[in-house]
Ligand binder design. Structure first.
Ligand SMILES: [Zn+2]
Length: 447
């Protein structure tokens, strides 16, 4: 089967296969696919031979460290870590992301926030299916009509990425044209290219979308893409507002990592889990069972196996069925990463408790006249840098009041808040990190 055909079949299956499906039909489809994966693909990776024939729940939970420690055992092609890593690093350095391993494998690096970078292998066949599903989940009916109409020019997609990927080479054809924008290139160059060739679909991290939105509002960018898609970072409320105002429509979100294509947003504004490809187990982080770390099993993979793989993202579950009618489980938000959780001492005593990033972000959204901020925990201290639109004094007073209010609601002791001077950061390929726990308080430090 050719890769083109694989993409088309994956597209059709994801777009129309489960159209009117109810949650029961989706569960059954997932169970069937998962069973087949466990029986045929799983035993091909040495790490899992001992578990052949066992149900998913009996397999070990793994994470990035487990996988990197025994890389060759987790893939079905026996590729060792040093070989994969040298290909990936060469590509990063040369910014040429075409090189492949063993004829058909691409190596991806996940941007590690907590030190180690993840390394991932994907075959051309997996990539083709992945691409098909991605398009199926994202294209609006208008974009799909454009794509399928041979009389119109190709559908143009502008992608802003930290690293290019062979994925998009797989997808490109006469009806679909991709332009890759390297995040390491200055924004002025991007604006020039977007003016010369206005995209129908614009996909970028929200920090970049916001810069483009501001350029558009200032008259520096006439392009009016039909779809605007946020990738790679958490889409925060303030950025969303500016982007939607400038481009005159809703921003879609993709929840995707090198670990897999995990979910995409729906018209009702939730992010739906790709349950036809990926099995999800929540590891609950709070008593109300709202926030969790996902433990994912991607049963569409055949090269590097992602089985009960724990991600350090903090997700917020949505309650009840989604008004959009899709049967898959949905999220209210991707709140952030584990290192965006800060810690505070409960009024009732005992060990520090988690203050989740979605609550922190909302607290800062409430403050008028605040353009940007950084919040870091250093042990007992919460250090905050503020970029006020007007008077710093007013904004600082408002921040202190909102943090006190948050502490009151969570019944924790107000943190020691230290306000520091704002310093702008360059727009590099790095993800923006507004909130970060640099050092957790040691027990007793903040009682
Ligand atoms: Zn929905």
């Amino acid at each position: 089967m050719t890769d083109r055909l694989r993409s088309v079949l994956a597209f059709a299956g994801a777009r129309w296969g489960l159209r009117a499906a109810d949650p029961t039909a989706l569960r059954q489809l997932q169970e069937r696919r998962l069973e087949r994966f466990l029986a045929t693909t799983l035993p091909r990776a040495p790490f899992y031979r001992a578990w052949a024939g066992k149900p998913l729940a009996e397999l070990p939970i793994v994470d990035k460290a487990t996988m990197l420690a025994d890389f060759a055992a987790f893939n079905t092609r026996g590729i060792p870590l040093d070989r994969a890593l040298s290909i990936a690093l060469d590509a990063e350095r040369s910014r040429d992301f075409r090189p492949e391993l063993d004829g058909d494998l691409t190596v991806g690096l996940s941007s590690g926030t907590s030190g180690t970078r993840g390394v991932f292998l994907v075959s051309t066949a997996e990539r083709a299916r992945w691409a098909g599903v991605l398009l199926a989940r994202l294209l609006t009916p208008a974009s799909l009509r454009h794509l399928l109409d041979p009389r119109r020019p190709p559908l143009r997609v502008a992608l802003f990425l930290r690293a290019n990927s062979n994925l998009y080479g797989t997808l490109a054809n006469r009806r679909l044209a991709f332009s890759f924008h390297d995040l390491l290139t200055p924004i002025a160059t991007h604006l020039e290219r977007l003016r010369a060739s206005p995209p129908d679909i614009l996909a970028a991290p929200p920090t970049v979308l916001r810069l483009l939105a501001e350029a558009r509002e200032a008259g520096g960018l006439a392009a009016a893409p039909r779809q605007v898609i946020s990738v790679a970072e958490v889409l925060e409320a303030d950025d969303r507002q500016v982007i939607e105002r400038a481009f005159g429509g809703p921003v879609q979100q993709i929840y995707q990592a090198t670990e897999g294509f995990l979910g995409a947003s729906c018209p009702a504004g939730r992010v739906h889990w790709n349950e036809d490809l990926v099995h999800l187990e929540p590891e609950w982080l709070d008593a109300e069972r709202r926030r969790f770390h996902p433990i994912v099993t991607d049963f569409s993979r055949t090269t590097q196996l992602i089985v009960r793989y724990r991600l350090d993202d903090v997700l917020v579950a949505a309650s009840g069925p989604c008004p959009c009618g899709r049967p898959s489980r949905s999220l209210d938000a991707i709140a952030g990463r584990a290192d965006e959780v800060l810690w505070a001492a409960p009024l009732a005593g005992g060990d520090p408790v988690a203050v989740f990033p979605d609550l922190l972000r909302r607290t800062f959204t409430l403050i008028d006249g605040l353009r940007d901020y950084r919040l870091e925990q250093h042990g007992a201290e919460w250090r905050v840098r503020l970029d006020p639109a007007g008077s710093r004094g007013d904004v600082e007073t408002a921040v202190r009041a909102e943090v006190l209010e948050l502490a009151r609601r969570l019944q924790v002791r107000p943190p020691a808040l230290v306000v520091e001077d704002w310093r702008p950061e360059p727009l590099a390929g790095e993800k923006r990190r507004r909130i970060r726990c640099v050092a957790r308080p040691v027990p007793g430090e903040i009682r």
